[in-house]
Write a protein that binds this ligand. Structure first.
Ligand code: MTE
Length: 306
């Protein structure tokens, strides 16, 4: 099937054709938990009562982190992604950084790894579907790369784009998504010290299923903001439209800050299932990073800006 340019499809028709397709896929697979961040998903993650006190965070195992993935370019079956993505060519890899900057450039990933100190950051990752993990990432702050290119005073947002290569990413042949995967941040969110460009986890290079060789990690936002296999970073004046906003703007907003008080239209966000645990734990505002990031949203209505 050929890719239909998103300009030729209204969001509603994508949504409707996708719903139809998902229903068929669910029937075909006989699997209720097939879909992930999708508007047609059956979340299967809905809450029972969360425990009253916060629970300790222990990193998930390497096997859990690399064996349960959302990566729609390969599959909606989280446990199939690792196998299907294994052959992705991740070296050599270049990322273009440009747009409203004084010094646009195409960077070789090997050069970036040498240029910036690779740090370890252990972050919670909370998927909009209601599951979470704790992941020891390796990487460098996005702010360091942005400083290199010198954003101009017109730059207000940062737009990220995933590799578009249907020969390697088979689901990019599906017309039901407006490929390539795109995400965005406000410039101050992108410059925040918690915002990471990850190149590894558990001290090893990122495996393909986790977004090799370069993926974004924004720990206070739902996991879908943390875009994988980045090839382009652009400084722009207008708020970028992400893939999920384009598919279902009533369900997925630009901000996507983790917020237990703002339910997804089809399920509660008040609690989550930590992968590897039984039961559920309460979801924390800004995924537990409120002290660091709440000030970015002073005066904003977080229900409207979901
Ligand atoms: N990036 C791309 N390009 N394609 C995707 O399907 N899925 C997102 C995000 N980044 C996705 C993506 C979602 S929904 C989540 S929850 C996280 O990746 C999952 O990251 P992980 O598989 O490393 O846990």
């Amino acid at each position: 099937m050929n890719r239909i340019p998103s300009s030729e499809i209204t969001p509603e028709s994508i949504y409707l054709s996708r719903r139809r397709w998902m229903r068929e896929a669910i029937l075909a697979a006989g699997a209720l938990a097939l879909a992930a961040c999708s508007p047609a998903s059956l979340s299967g993650e809905e809450a029972s009562s969360p425990p009253a006190t916060p629970l300790p965070d222990t990193p998930n195992t390497y096997e859990q982190i690399t064996g349960y993935n959302n990566y729609y370019e390969f599959s909606t079956d989280k446990e199939a992604v690792a196998g299907l993505a294994a052959g992705l060519i991740t070296s050599p890899w270049q990322v273009y950084v440009g747009g409203l900057v004084n010094k646009p450039g195409t960077y070789d990933l090997d050069l970036l790894r040498r240029k910036f100190t690779i740090e370890e950051r252990i972050y919670r990752l909370r998927c909009v579907e209601g599951w979470s993990m704790v992941i020891p990432w390796n990487g460098f702050p996005l702010a360091k790369l942005l400083a290199e290119v010198e954003p101009t005073s017109d730059a207000k947002y940062v737009k990220f784009t995933t590799l578009y290569d249907p020969s390697q990413m088979p689901e990019q042949n599906s017309p039901f998504y407006p490929w390539p995967y795109v995400e965005g941040l406000r410039l101050d969110e992108a410059m925040h010290p918690l915002t990471l460009l990850a190149t590894g986890l558990y001290g090893k290079d990122l495996p393909p299923q986790n977004g090799a060789p370069l993926r974004l990690v924004v720990p206070w936002k739902y996991g879908f903001k943390s875009i994988k296999a980045i090839v382009k970073i652009e400084l722009v004046v207008n708020q970028p439209t992400s893939l999920w906003m384009e598919i279902a703007p009533n369900e997925y907003g630009f901000y996507a800050n983790v917020n237990p008080d703002v339910p997804h239209p089809r399920w509660s966000q008040s609690s989550e299932r930590r992968i590897g645990e039984l039961g559920r734990r309460p979801t924390l505002k800004f995924n537990g990073y409120a002290d660091e990031v709440a000030s970015l949203y002073t005066g904003m209505d977080l229900r409207k800006n979901y």
